[in-house]
Design a protein around this ligand. Structure first.
Ligand SMILES: *Cc1c(COP(=O)(O)O)cnc(C)c1O
Length: 494
C-alpha cells in the first residue's frame, strides 16, 4: 500500500518510509492512499482472538512490507504482561445498559498514549532497516506531560534510537515530572526547559529545521525523528482498540452482529477519534462519532459550523492533555472527506495564514453526517466525575469525564439510546488532585501522598507504575534555557 501526503497525492512512499519520515516534506501528513476494508467475516473471526492477535490482523492490512512474524513479535513485546496490567490490554467495562468504557490506560504510563507508543518504536526500528536508512533516529519530543513519559517508556533501550524529551520546568504536574526524571534506559535523556510548553515546542521545531545541527548530527550517524501523533505509526495502533472493543461486545453478546454503536472520544489533537473514524471506514458498524472537548472548544465549533477558527483564548484546564487549539490530525479527516489533496492544502494554507478556514458545503454535510461535537468546562468535568462515581461506583479521570459529559448532552438532546463506547484515556490516579476534589475532599495531600489518599478514599489500588515512583531515584536534573536546547541533544548522544 502506498502512502501519500495529505497535501499532495503524487508524493507517494511506502509504509516504512512514512513511519521513518514522520511528516511529508511539504508539511502534510503521510496517510494511506486508501483505507482497506476488513474481510467479510473478520469481526466474527477476531472475536476469539487475543488483543495481540487482533493487532497483528488489523495492522497487517496497512503494512504490506512487514511479515506476520514480525508484527506478532512486536505485539507480544508491546502489549505483553510486563507492560500491561491486564491480559485484555484494552478491556471494555460496562457502565450501564448501553454505556461501555474502553479502558486505554492499563499500560506502563497509565495513559492511552501507551497503546501507540509501545508499538511505534518496534515499527520505527524495523522501518529503519527496511528503508536501508544507515543513520540512527534521534527522537525529540516536547511534552506537556503524557506524551513524554509514554515515548520514554516506549523507546527505552530500543536499538538504533535515542530519545530526548523536553518538558516545561513549571508546566507539568509533580507526578508527571517524577515519572520522567526517574526514567531508566541507556538511550534516553530528559531536560527541563525554563519556559512554558510553547517555548519547549517552538525550541524543538527550531532544532528540527536547523541545517547546521542536522549536518553535525549526520556526522555522528543520527537524524532527527518525531514520536508525535502526526506519525502514521501512532495512529495505526489506535485503530486496533476500536475494532477490538466491537469484537469484545460481540463476544460477550452485548450487541448482535452488524448492530451499530456510537463512539465518544475526549479529543485534543484529533488522533484518537480519527482512529475510530478509520475503524469505521474499515467496516466496523460505528454510526456516530461524538467529539468531546474541554473549554478549548475549537472542534465543537468546527463540527457545528464548518468553520475552524483558532483565534480565541487559550485555557489551562483540569484536562490538560486536551488543551490544544490546533488539532493536527484533523488534516487527515479533511482528506478523507474531500478526497482532494489540493482542497486540503488550501484549507491548511488559510489556517497557517489567518488561523481560520471554512470547509465547503459538501464537506460540511459529510462531517455532520458522522460527527457530533460537545464540550464542558472544569466545573462540569468535576461534577461528572462525582456523578459517575456515585451512580455506578466507577472512577474516571478528568479527560474521560469530559467525554461522559458530552455523551450525557448528546443523549439529552437526541433521546438516542444506541450503545456507546466511551474512550477512557487516563487512569484517575494520574490526575488525582482534580479527582479528589471532585469527590469532595478539601484537604489534598501533596505530591505522591495524594495517590494514597485517592486509594484510601475509593478503596482502589494505586496503579503499580505510579506506586513504584517512590522507590525511584532522580536521574535527570538538566535545566536549559530555551535558547540552549541543543546542548541537551549533545548530552544524550554522548
Ligand atoms: C493525549 C490525550 C488526549 C487527547 O488525545 P488526542 O489523540 O490528542 O485527541 C486525551 N486524554 C488524555 C489523557 C491524553 O493523554
Amino acid at each position: 500500500m502506498q502512502y501519500i501526503s495529505t497535501r499532495d497525492g503524487n508524493a507517494q512512499c511506502s509504509a516504512a518510509q512514512a513511519i521513518v519520515r514522520g511528516l511529508a516534506p511539504d508539511g502534510g501528513l503521510l496517510t494511506p492512499f486508501y483505507i482497506p476494508k476488513l474481510p467479510r467475516n473478520a469481526l466474527d473471526e477476531m472475536k476469539s482472538m487475543s488483543y495481540q492477535h487482533r493487532a497483528v490482523y488489523i495492522m497487517k492490512q496497512f503494512l504490506e512490507e512487514f511479515s506476520v512474524k514480525e508484527l506478532t513479535d512486536f505485539a507480544a513485546a508491546a502489549y505483553g504482561p510486563e507492560k500491561f496490567d491486564t491480559p485484555a490490554v484494552a478491556p471494555v467495562r460496562q457502565v450501564n445498559e448501553n454505556t461501555f468504557c474502553l479502558e486505554l490506560w492499563h499500560g506502563p504510563t497509565c495513559a492511552f498514549k501507551d497503546m501507540a507508543l509501545q508499538m511505534l518504536p518496534h515499527l520505527l526500528s524495523a522501518s529503519l532497516n527496511k528503508t536501508e536508512e544507515e543513520k540512527d533516529a534521534c527522537i525529540l519530543v516536547a511534552t506537556s506531560g503524557d506524551t513524554g513519559k509514554g515515548a520514554l517508556e516506549g523507546f527505552k533501550d530500543v536499538p538504533r534510537t535515542r530519545i530526548l524529551v523536553f518538558y516545561p520546568k513549571d508546566g507539568v504536574s509533580q507526578v508527571q515530572e517524577l515519572q520522567m526524571v526517574t526514567q531508566d534506559g541507556a538511550n534516553v535523556g530528559v531536560a527541563a526547559v525554563r519556559g512554558n510548553f510553547d517555548d519547549a515546542q517552538t525550541g524543538v521545531k527550531r532544532l528540527f529545521s536547523d541545517r547546521d545541527m542536522a549536518a553535525r548530527l549526520a556526522e555522528k550517524g543520527y537524524f532527527f525523528s518525531s514520536a508525535n501523533s502526526i506519525n502514521w505509526g501512532r495512529v495505526l495502533p489506535q485503530i486496533v482498540y476500536y475494532i477490538s472493543s466491537y469484537c469484545d461486545l460481540l463476544r460477550d453478546e452485548k450487541i448482535q452482529p452488524g448492530q451499530s454503536i456510537h463512539v465518544c472520544v475526549p479529543t485534543g489533537n484529533f488522533g484518537n477519534i480519527l482512529a475510530a473514524y478509520y475503524a469505521r471506514e474499515m467496516g466496523v458498524p460505528i454510526d456516530k462519532l461524538i467529539c468531546a472537548s474541554n473549554a478549548n472548544n475549537v472542534l465543537t465549533d468546527f463540527i457545528r459550523t464548518g468553520v475552524y477558527d483558532r483565534n480565541r483564548a487559550f485555557y489551562n484546564t483540569s484536562s490538560p492533555s486536551m488543551d490544544i487549539l490546533i488539532s493536527s490530525n484533523l488534516e487527515r479527516l479533511l482528506l478523507a472527506l474531500t478526497q482532494d489533496n489540493e482542497e486540503v492544502k488550501e484549507y491548511m494554507g488559510q489556517l497557517a495564514a489567518s488561523g481560520r478556514y471554512q470547509v465547503s458545503d459538501r464537506v460540511f454535510e459529510k462531517l455532520t453526517k458522522r460527527f457530533r461535537g460537545y464540550f464542558c468546562d472544569d466545573a462540569e468535568t468535576l461534577r461528572t466525575i462525582r456523578k459517575v462515581y456515585d451512580e455506578y461506583g466507577y472512577l474516571i479521570d478528568t479527560h474521560t469525564a469530559v467525554a461522559f459529559s458530552a455523551l450525557e448532552q448528546y443523549r439529552a438532546e437526541t433521546g438516542d439510546e444506541t450503545p456507546v463506547v466511551v474512550a477512557s484515556t487516563a487512569s484517575p490516579f494520574k490526575f488525582c488532585d482534580s479527582v479528589l476534589s471532585a469527590l469532595g475532599e478539601s484537604q489534598i495531600a501533596s505530591g505522591l501522598d495524594a495517590l494514597d489518599q485517592l486509594a484510601a478514599r475509593t478503596g482502589q489500588p494505586v496503579p503499580a507504575p505510579l506506586a513504584r515512583l517512590r522507590d525511584k531515584s532522580v536521574r535527570f536534573t538538566q535545566v536549559v534555557d530555551k535558547e540552549n536546547m541543543a546542548d541537551a541533544v549533545w548530552t544524550v548522544l554522548e
